[in-house]
Every structure is written in C-alpha cells, then in structure tokens.
Design a protein around this ligand. Structure first.
Ligand SMILES: CC(C)(COP(=O)(O)OP(=O)(O)OC[C@H]1O[C@@H](n2cnc3c(N)ncnc32)[C@H](O)[C@@H]1OP(=O)(O)O)[C@@H](O)C(=O)NCCC(=O)NCCSC(=O)CCC(=O)c1ccccc1C(=O)O
Length: 264
C-alpha cells in the first residue's frame, strides 16, 4: 500500500506509523486521517505486529491537529477517497486495536494531535516535546474523547485548564501531570519506543488484548459523546465563529469571536 501523508514500516514486532507532513507541522487533513486508518488496520491484521508506534516526521512536531490552513482555504479538511473526514473513527481504532499503541511524541502535540497521543496506551516524550489544546483559539473543539478521556488521564481541574486556557506545557510538566509515561532526550526517542515495543512483545498477546479491552470498557460510553462532538464540530467549523478562528490563524492575527456569538 502506498501512502502520501504518512509512512508505514514494520520493524521486528512493531509497526511504526509516522505522520509525514512536516511543512504543516504534521497537521492532518482528511486524506491523512484516511491513511492513518488504513495503516492501523494493516497493523491490526499483521500477526507479526505486536504493538504500534505512532510518531511524527521531523523534529518540530508530533501532530498539530486539524490542518487549519486547509480549513481556512476550503472550509473543510480537504478530499479523501471515502469523501469523509473520519477523525472519530481513527480515535475509536486507536482504542480498539487489540495491541498496545505507543505514542513517541517528538515535538509539538497540540489540538487534535494532542488528542491522538492522549488516546494512545502509553506516551513517551522527547525533552523538546510540547503539549496543549488550541481549539478555543482557532475555532474548533473535541468535546468527545478529547475532553472526557483527557479528564480521566489528568483529572477534571487540569483538563479544564488545558482546554479553556489553551496553554502549552513542556515535557517535564506533562510527566508531572501523568500525561506521559517517560521523557527521554530527543535523539533517544525512537530507540526508547522500540525498546518498549520489544519488551511488550514478550508478553501474552491474549492477556494484553483482554486487558486493553477491559481498560477501554470503562470509558467506551465516551464514543457516544464523540459521535455527537464530531457532528457538533462539523456545524461549528462552518459557522462564522468557527471560520473566524481558522481565518485568524491563517492570517496570523488575533481572532475576534465575540462579534459572532448570538446565544445567551
Ligand atoms: C503548533 C504551534 C504551537 C507551533 O508554534 P511555532 O513553533 O511558533 O511555529 P509556527 O510558526 O506557528 O508554525 C510553523 C508552521 O506550521 C504551520 N502550522 C502549525 N500548525 C498548523 C496546523 N494545525 N495547520 C496548518 N498549519 C500549521 C504554521 O502555520 C507555520 O507555517 P508557516 O508557513 O511557516 O507560517 C502553532 O503553530 C499552533 O498553535 N498551531 C495551531 C495548532 C492548532 O490550532 N491545531 C488545531 C487545533 S483544533 C483543537 O484544538 C481541537 C480540535 C480537535 O481536537 C479536532 C477534533 C476533531 C477533528 C479535528 C480537530 C482539530 O484538530 O481541528
């Protein structure tokens, strides 16, 4: 299978999936998400693969979420084979694949890109990684797993701080709040991720499959919120308030949301 926005490689027991749009700080468009779904399904089906490593190309970014420039240009996330923008299905797939998913966070993880690492089973971070949500700054939000599951990971107070204030946190702060499992020097990150992959490959795949499904069962109801959240996001991103956020980012200016709010 050939990909344009990602790369896929199987190395020993691990599938390494790399988001490969460094010129856009690895932001995803509809095609990127479609390719990620195909790659995760390949990894699921491959008996050699015992775990998946998700990372970003280059040293700057892991993933910066939805491609805000694309959204400013066309009002959507661009074309895909299916004609759909399937970010909700990608979230479910990262949870449902019965193999550990290891995020190797090599740079900025923000917005929908932050959500991706939060949904991975474990997150390893380079010392240069930065973390945050940016939706309320750029006319977007993830009111599904992006908010509810984040609160399970870092607690309600911190999750609300992260989403409402849209601050960025460094790798040590992320470690302190339980957002990542380990911080390593940037040039050691992939090696570290492969060591975690090799170590988990020695364990019983069936035990891990049951355990992952068991951990998930407690929060699977959040998939319902996720469905609603994606419908809401479709409406919001096409609204004057949502478009103001994307335009302001593309034009490198401060957004002025208040002129567009018409509810009390
Ligand atoms: C990532 C930054 C903090 C990096 O800042 P800095 O180091 O100062 O570099 P910059 O000069 O700003 O950026 C370098 C270069 O990359 C381009 N770029 C960065 N991010 C994006 C992006 N997301 N889309 C397109 N292009 C991007 C940037 O324009 C620069 O290009 P130049 O040509 O050199 O000018 C900072 O860049 C930043 O804050 N980026 C925006 C991040 C962002 O807002 N992401 C989307 C947030 S949406 C959200 O928070 C929740 C929504 C969500 O989770 C979701 C759920 C379901 C579907 C979709 C989404 C979704 O993410 O929208």
């Amino acid at each position: 299978m050939t990909f344009e926005d990602i790369t896929y490689a199987v190395e020993d027991s691990a599938a390494v999936i790399t988001i490969n749009r460094p010129e856009r700080y690895n932001a995803f468009r509809a095609k990127t998400v479609e390719e990620l779904i195909k790659a995760f399904r390949l990894a699921w089906a491959d008996k050699q693969v015992q775990s998946v490593i998700l990372t970003g190309a280059g040293e700057k970014a892991f993933c910066t979420g939805g491609d805000v420039k694309q959204r400013a240009e066309t009002g959507d996330y661009g074309p895909s084979e299916s004609g759909m923008f399937e970010i909700g299905n990608l979230h479910k797939l990262i949870r449902d694949i019965p193999k550990p998913v290891i995020a190797a966070v090599n740079g900025v993880a923000v917005g929908g890109g932050h959500v991706l690492h939060v949904l991975c089973d474990v997150s390893l971070a380079s010392e240069t990684a930065r973390f945050g949500q940016a939706g309320p700054k750029v006319g977007s939000f993830d009111a599904g797993f992006g908010s509810a599951y984040l609160a399970r990971v870092v607690g309600e107070k911190k999750a609300r701080e992260i989403w409402f204030w849209c601050r960025m946190y460094d790798a040590q702060e992320a470690l302190g709040m339980g957002l990542v499992n380990k911080v390593v020097p940037a040039d050691q990150l992939l090696k570290e991720a492969k060591e975690w992959a090799a170590e988990v490959a020695e364990k019983s795949p069936t035990a891990i499959r049951f355990l992952k499904q068991s951990f998930n069962a407690d929060t699977d109801h959040q998939a319902g919120y996720s469905n609603m959240a994606m419908t809401a996001l479709d409406l919001f991103t096409a609204s004057p308030e949502g478009l103001e956020g994307a335009s302001a980012f593309a034009e490198k200016r401060k957004p002025d949301f208040n002129q567009h709010v018409n509810w009390h």
